[in-house]
Write a protein that binds this ligand. Structure first.
Ligand code: NDP
Ligand code: 8X3
Length: 251
């Protein structure tokens, strides 16, 4: 039987790459995001390969999360794989200069959004005694780097929640995995720097960063392991990167 995968943040970057890859690998897809036109275009692109349904909601709006996920058609309700990917950094600066709206956005989306979506999906996995939750963390969830403060805190929370889910869901046979990328060139830096293209491009200057597809391939590998194998925690860097702050730039 075809497995069903729900991907949050499917409108760009890692989530979109996952949708495109899993769509060719026999998964039925539930694609989520706020930008509905992108979701519709992606659905149109993928529909020749697999069955796709789209859900247009903001992960930080708990009513929207539950209303949307509860509205899934019967044949999309039994979700096998949840990819908690939606998230972003907002700003990069010292803690005393932090912008409160940026802080709220990061905690509301990266942490509470992940929790709301998990709460809407995971009880069904528990009832069925099967499923796989893939949480997209970050190297920022393993280390703290200068000016990363609240984004790092949000991803450390994802790291803690990943370990907590692994423990709490163990008795139900549910797999839990955290994927923690380093530098991936997506819309991430454009969002972090609020559309400043020069600053965004500077993040990847002098290196070959990961592509969203590199992370999607790793996720595809993780979710296709045999039933008795769970990869619980993966850090993925571009070769030029050794930590948040050690990056071998050829400038
Ligand atoms: P993108 O900016 O390209 O994608 C982010 C996705 O998240 C978009 O599809 C966006 O969709 C969605 N999203 C953001 N806010 C919300 C919201 N409030 N409600 C619903 N969806 C939302 O970045 P990436 O692909 O790089 O980021 C994906 C994940 O990977 C994030 O969790 C990020 O923290 C993590 N990550 C990224 C790294 C990188 O270097 N790029 C490295 C490590 C981790 P829409 O705007 O349509 O809602
Ligand atoms: C994104 C990677 O290094 O900008 O999570 O925090 S980093």
């Amino acid at each position: 039987m075809q497995k069903i995968a729900l991907i949050t943040g499917a409108t760009s970057g890692i989530g979109e790459a996952c949708a495109r890859l899993l769509g060719t690998q026999g998964f039925k897809l539930i694609l989520c995001g706020r930008r509905v036109e992108r979701l519709q275009n992606l659905k149109n692109d993928l529909e020749t390969a697999t069955r796709v349904t789209i859900l247009n909601f903001d992960v930080s709006n708990r009513e929207e999360v539950f209303r949307s996920i509860n509205s899934l058609p019967e044949d999309f309700k039994e979700i096998d794989i949840l990819i908690n990917n939606a998230g972003n950094a907002h700003g990069l600066g010292p803690i005393h200069e932090g912008n409160l709206d940026d802080w709220d956005a990061m905690m509301d989306i990266n942490v509470k959004g992940l929790l709301y979506v998990s709460k809407a999906v995971v009880p069904g996995m528990v009832a069925r005694k099967r499923g796989h939750v893939v949480n997209i963390g970050s190297i920022a969830g393993k280390e703290v780097y200068p000016n990363g403060n609240v984004y790092c805190a949000s991803k450390h929370a994802v790291d803690a929640l990943n370990r907590a889910m692994l423990i709490d869901l163990n008795q139900y046979g549910i797999k839990v995995t955290s994927i923690n990328p380093g530098l991936v060139e997506t819309e991430f830096s454009m969002v972090r720097f609020k559309g400043d293209e020069g600053r965004a491009k500077g993040v990847y200057k002098g290196i070959q960063p990961l592509r969203a597809e590199d992370v999607a391939e790793t996720i595809s590998f993780v979710i296709s392991r045999p039933a008795h194998v769970n990869l619980s925690d993966i850090v993925i860097f571009p070769t030029a990167q050794a930590s948040s702050t050690v990056v071998n730039r050829q400038l």
